[in-house]
Design a protein around this ligand. Structure first.
Ligand code: F6R
Length: 260
């Protein structure tokens, strides 16, 4: 796992967006894994800027979102369908038939989840997966005790996640209790992972993800098993890391390292 500590949220977002742009420049028909929530908003803003000012092209890109609330129609302003269209898709030249987001309103969740997994495979697998982290250490909606080899499925949200996400809804009771989420096993199959985290509220989860044991109690710790996982964090989110100086030292010395 490579930990990249940035001074600000903007720098962290630019770092994540640059990696995605590099992938698209090398592979214009790349498959991107998308996340929602407040953390990746800066990455999406920067990618939209790159599209408008630098011609970053999404015309051949396919996307798969990590998760969706169960029970919210796609027009609901807190559905992840709505979020993605408002914050990203409507601002770039992506082809709408290449956008995949789990359905929160399907009549057959099991069949839908199996189809979603199959579609990811048929599209050649995910090249780069963007991730945030929950305060309970989740990635996507893989709450504590989720199997580290889990696949896309229906999941009951943890109370902590419901509390955290209540800020987006009028009342806590409006937050859905269930979601469809890619599994940890699904996420680990992406060729590259980019996890972003900012703010003091994420510091404990980040510490456990990076420096704690690999455990289903902190599903983000499974990133330790991935051969190409980059973690972009700001100083606040990095504040509890014991080896923070070492991660900064690595980044400082990287430009002088022998080419492999
Ligand atoms: C969203 C997702 C979640 C969030 C996490 C952090 O698609 O998969 O795991 O990344 O809950 O949310 P924010 O960024 O709002 O703190």
């Amino acid at each position: 796992m490579e930990v990249i500590v940035q001074k600000t949220y903007d720098e962290m977002s630019k770092g994540g967006a640059q990696l995605i742009a590099q992938t698209l420049n090398a592979k214009p028909n790349a498959v991107l894994g998308m996340a929602t929530g407040s953390t990746p908003l800066g990455v999406y803003k920067e990618l939209v800027r790159m599209h408008k000012n630098e011609g970053l092209d999404f015309s051949q890109v396919t996307t798969f979102n990590l998760d969706e609330y169960v029970g919210l129609p796609v027009t609901h302003d807190q559905s992840y369908h709505y979020f993605m269209h408002e914050n990203f898709f409507k601002h770039v030249n992506i082809s709408h038939q290449n956008i995949y987001i789990p359905s929160g309103t399907t009549g057959n969740y099991k069949a839908f989840c199996d189809w979603y997994e199959k579609r990811i495979e048929e599209c050649g697998g995910i090249d780069v997966q963007i991730l945030g982290i929950g305060t309970d250490g989740h990635i996507a909606f893989n709450e504590p005790t989720s199997s580290l080899s889990s696949r896309t499925r229906l999941k009951t949200l943890a109370k902590m996640t419901i509390d955290d996400n209540a800020r987006f809804f009028e009342k806590r009771e409006d937050v859905p209790i269930y979601a469809i989420t890619m599994g940890v096993g699904t996420i680990l199959e992406a060729r590259k992972l980019i996890l972003l985290a900012n703010g003091k509220g994420k510091a404990q989860a980040v510490k456990e993800m990076v420096e704690g044991p690999v455990t289903s109690m902190i599903t983000a710790s499974a990133l330790q098993l991935h051969p190409s996982a980059k973690v972009f964090i700001d100083h606040d989110a990095a504040s509890l890391l014991e080896m923070k100086d070492y991660y900064e030292w690595i980044q400082q010395k990287k430009p002088g390292a022998p080419q492999v």
